[in-house]
Design a protein. Sequence first.
Length: 98
Amino acid sequence: MKKNKNYVTARNTDELGEILGLSESDTALMKYKAHLTALAVKAIDKSHLTVNEIVKRSGIARSKVSAVKNGASVSVSCDLLVKIIAATGLEIAPPKAA
């Protein structure tokens, strides 16, 4: 039996939110978390700190820091991402006014 698969492609986060049936606020949170994750991965890489050093500085579990380092932040909240970024010494600039 051959099953018909229907694939949908999202070209941006707004379309992804729509496909997933997310509200505007949930879509905005998804964008924000993706941005924080990218910042955290860059901050970890540029800091040249070990995972253990970031754990000591941030107080966050090693498993969470390792997950973020590897780009897997599904189980990591936005506030923990901010703490990881701060532990690397990177300062997060406030968003520019629209």
